[in-house]
Design a protein around this ligand. Structure first.
Ligand SMILES: Nc1ncnc2c1ncn2[C@@H]1O[C@H](COP(=O)(O)OP(=O)(O)OP(=O)(O)O)[C@@H](O)[C@H]1O
Length: 260
């Protein structure tokens, strides 16, 4: 007799699938000619976690994120995103990821409406545009050009575009850079909401207070290596420092001295 799955086994299968890490990376190495950008990164990120990726300029953060997105191929290692083997099929996961570009990369002459229309055509599954605009407080600027908006509004457009396909993983590149303290806090609220909705959020930042305030897990990359990972408090305790700023300096300096 053919084995038909019961509803229990289907539920179990779906529960098992949900336990697949959002991101699982093992032994990832990447060089650009003689520059060793990543020197063996291994990390697992649980679904629904908010993760801050921090590290000095040139540490390898962008290379790491680009590999997760399937835009760059590592020289060695394994990369799984939402259970998909990214190296075997770099496109299988792309419609489940949302990426916030730096607002400065948006074309100033296009309107918010044109951007939203374009992005919603790109993705077969997308959220209700009017509701997304409302949530991002962009309804009054819907027909304005990007060049007419304030920095905070442009950044909200960039975040909204990352959410258009209702992604499971949201990647944010320095989401609050250049924003005033009030708008920055507003962004923190929006990012927390994404976590509350069960989305996995991975953001890069140079602001330690931001990493501390938002992240369940902080990944600290220095010179192509993952030098610390865990909650902000765990990293602070490991470095025997009083705050994340000092812990960051501690680990980054340690690695620079080892590399010298
Ligand atoms: N396309 C490339 N060709 C050659 N070298 C590169 C390329 N992209 C990055 N690199 C080098 O690889 C190293 C890691 O760069 P990466 O951009 O990943 O670091 P980052 O942590 O994102 O830096 P930043 O915070 O400045 O954006 C750096 O030494 C950088 O100069």
């Amino acid at each position: 007799m053919r084995d038909t799955p019961t509803s229990k086994t289907i539920r179990q299968l779906s529960a098992d699938r949900d336990q697949t890490p959002a991101i699982a990376v093992r032994g990832v190495v990447k060089s650009y000619d003689d520059v060793r950008a990543l020197r063996g990164i291994s990390v697992e990120i649980r679904r629904g976690d908010t993760v801050a990726l921090i590290g000095p300029n040139g540490a390898g953060k962008s290379t790491f994120v680009e590999i997760l997105m399937g835009l760059r191929r590592p020289d060695a290692g394994e990369v799984h995103v939402l259970g998909h083997d990214v190296l075997a099929n770099p496109k299988a996961h792309v419609d489940r990821i949302g990426v916030q570009l730096q607002e400065s990369r948006l074309f100033p002459k296009l309107s918010v409406r044109e951007y939203f229309n374009f992005f919603s055509q790109v993705f077969p599954r997308h959220v209700d545009i009017a509701a997304l605009c409302e949530r991002m407080s962009l309804t009054p600027c819907f027909d304005k050009r990007i060049g007419e908006l304030s920095g905070g509004q442009r950044q909200r457009v960039a975040l909204a575009l990352a959410l258009i396909n209702d992604p499971d993983i949201v990647i944010l590149d320095e989401p609050t850079v250049g924003l005033d303290p009030i708008v920055r806090r507003e962004f923190w609220r929006l990012i927390r909401q994404l976590g509350d909705e069960g989305k996995t959020v991975l953001f890069t930042t140079h602001y330690m207070d931001e990493a501390q305030a938002l992240a369940d897990t902080v990944l600290m990359i220095s010179n192509g290596r993952l030098v610390a990972q865990g909650s902000a408090q765990h990293i602070i305790d490991t470095a025997h420092s009083g705050n994340l700023d000092d812990a960051y300096t501690h680990f980054a300096t340690q690695i620079s001295l080892e590399a010298a």
